[in-house]
Ligand binder design. Structure first.
Ligand SMILES: Nc1nc2c(c(=O)[nH]1)N[C@H]1C(S)=C(S)[C@@H](COP(=O)(O)O)O[C@H]1N2
Ligand SMILES: [Mo]
Length: 381
C-alpha cells in the first residue's frame, strides 16, 4: 500500500470535485469522484482478507479475494450519488438543514467490476421464497464510524438475487483495483440505489428477516416530513419513515456558474449532468428554460444512452447553446433552468421538498445572475 492518510472519526475525508471538472468526462476518474466517509479508512491485508457470509444461509462462507476473483466477473456502468447531493441549494433556498454542505458534486459515474451478489448468495445456498421480505445486510465491521459501532446498510433479498439488478461485490473501479478511499479491497455496488447503501471495505454479508438496524439505515438517509425540523422531533420520527433506497430523477447546470461574466464574442453554452430515477433510466431528454418554465427547449445529450439496458443506471452529460434571441433577452435576473426526463417517464417537476436532513433534493437545475462582457446592463445608459 502506498502511504496514504487514513483520516479519523473526528475528521473523515469528505470532498467533492469542482463541478466543471466533474462534467468533463462520462466516466469519472477515481481521483475526481467525491469522497464520503463517516470515519477513517481501514487498512486491510489482501492476503488475509475474508468476506464472511452469515445469517439465514444454508452454507455460511468465508471468502478470500482470490475466491471472489474466481467467480464469473461482470461490469456495470452506474452513477454513485450521495443522498445529500445538492443539499447546499436546499438550505440556501428554503432554510437550514442538518448535514454536510454538498454542492452538486457528490455524485460520480464509473464502471464497477466483480462477481454478482446473486452468485455469491447462491454459493451460500440462499433461495428466495414466496413473499420473502428478508434483507441482506452489508457491513464494514473493521472500521470505526461516528454514530455506531460500524458502518452498515441493507437492501431486500429479492433485489440481491435478481441478476438483472447487477448488485455486485466490486473489486475494480474503472478497470483498476478499487482505490483505498473507495473501499479497497471490496465494496458492494448497488446500481439504482443511493450511495449510503454501497458499503465500502465490505467484510460481512448477513441475511436476516428485516432491515439493517445500523444508525445509517435507521436514523439517517431518510426523507422526514417538512414539519420535522429539529433533532429532537426527528428522534421520534425516524422509525415512521422508510430508509432511502432509490433516488429521484435529477439534473443540474454545471456552467456557466451563477453570477459569472460571459465573453460577448461567443455563443452562450449551458451544460451539466442528469440522473435517472432509481431503475428507470437511462435519461432520455434534458430541456432548458430561460423564461421560468414558460417554454422548454431540448438540450443535446452528449453521452451514450443506447442500448438502454447498458446505460440505465448511468448519468447523462448534456449541453445547450442559447439562441440569439435568448442571449439578447438575458439579464441579471434571468434564471436558466434544466429539467430531465428518463425512460420510465419520470420528469423533474421543479418542486422543492425541504426535509431536515437535506436529502433527495431534485428541484430544477439552475443558474443565473449572468452578465455578458461589455453589455449595457446599466439603467443610466
Ligand atoms: N464503510 C463505509 N462505507 C460507506 C460509507 C462510510 O462512511 N463507510 N459512506 C457511504 C456513503 S453515505 C456514500 S455516499 C458512499 C460514498 O462513496 P465514495 O466515498 O466512494 O464516493 O459510500 C457509502 N459507503
Ligand atoms: Mo452519502
Amino acid at each position: 500500500m502506498p502511504d496514504q492518510e487514513l483520516y479519523s472519526v473526528a475528521k473523515p475525508l469528505n470532498r467533492e470535485p469542482p463541478i466543471r471538472e466533474l462534467v468533463s468526462s462520462f466516466i469519472t476518474p477515481d481521483k475526481v469522484a467525491y469522497d464520503r466517509n463517516h470515519g477513517p479508512f481501514p487498512v486491510l491485508d489482501p492476503s488475509t482478507f475474508r468476506l464472511t457470509v452469515t445469517g439465514l444461509v444454508a452454507q455460511p462462507l468465508s471468502l478470500s479475494l482470490s475466491s471472489l476473483r474466481a467467480l464469473p466477473q461482470h461490469t456495470v456502468i452506474a452513477a454513485l450519488q450521495c443522498a445529500g447531493n445538492r443539499r447546499h441549494t436546499m438550505r440556501t433556498v428554503v432554510k437550514e438543514v442538518d448535514g454536510i454542505d454538498w454542492n452538486d458534486g457528490a455524485v460520480c459515474n464509473c464502471t464497477w467490476s466483480g462477481p454478482l451478489l446473486a452468485d455469491v448468495l447462491a454459493l451460500a445456498g440462499v433461495e428466495l421464497k414466496q413473499g420473502d421480505e428478508k434483507h441482506v445486510v452489508f457491513n464494514c465491521e473493521c472500521a470505526d464510524v461516528q454514530d455506531d459501532k460500524y458502518y452498515g446498510s441493507s437492501i431486500p433479498l429479492g433485489r440481491c438475487l435478481d441478476k438483472k439488478s447487477m448488485a455486485m461485490l466490486c473489486l475494480e473501479m474503472n478497470n483498476a483495483p478499487l482505490p483505498l478511499s473507495h473501499g479497497y479491497p471490496l465494496r458492494v455496488v448497488l446500481p439504482g440505489i443511493a450511495g449510503a447503501r454501497w458499503t465500502k471495505w465490505l467484510d460481512r454479508i448477513h441475511v436476516q428477516p428485516h432491515e439493517s438496524g445500523n444508525f445509517y439505515m435507521q436514523k439517517d438517509y431518510k426523507i422526514l416530513p417538512p414539519h420535522i425540523d429539529t433533532k429532537a422531533l426527528a428522534e421520534a420520527h425516524w422509525p415512521l419513515v422508510p430508509a432511502i433506497q432509490g433516488l429521484p430523477i435529477n439534473s443540474i447546470i454545471a456552467y456557466p456558474a451563477a453570477n459569472s461574466v460571459l465573453p460577448s464574442t461567443s455563443p452562450i453554452k449551458v451544460g451539466g449532468y442528469a440522473l435517472p430515477q432509481a431503475d428507470d433510466g437511462p435519461v432520455v431528454a434534458v430541456d432548458v428554460s430561460t423564461d421560468q418554465g414558460r417554454s422548454w427547449h431540448p438540450a443535446t445529450i452528449t453521452t451514450p444512452t443506447e442500448p438502454a439496458e447498458k446505460y440505465k443506471w448511468a448519468w447523462a452529460i448534456w449541453k445547450y447553446t442559447l439562441t440569439n434571441e435568448q442571449a439578447r433577452a438575458l439579464s441579471r435576473d434571468t434564471k436558466i433552468w434544466s429539467r430531465a426526463r428518463d425512460r420510465g417517464g419520470n420528469v423533474q417537476d421543479g418542486e422543492i421538498r425541504w426535509n431536515f436532513r437535506g436529502v433527495a433534493y431534485n428541484a430544477y437545475g439552475e443558474t443565473g445572475g449572468l452578465t455578458v462582457e461589455g453589455a449595457r446592463t446599466d439603467a443610466r445608459l
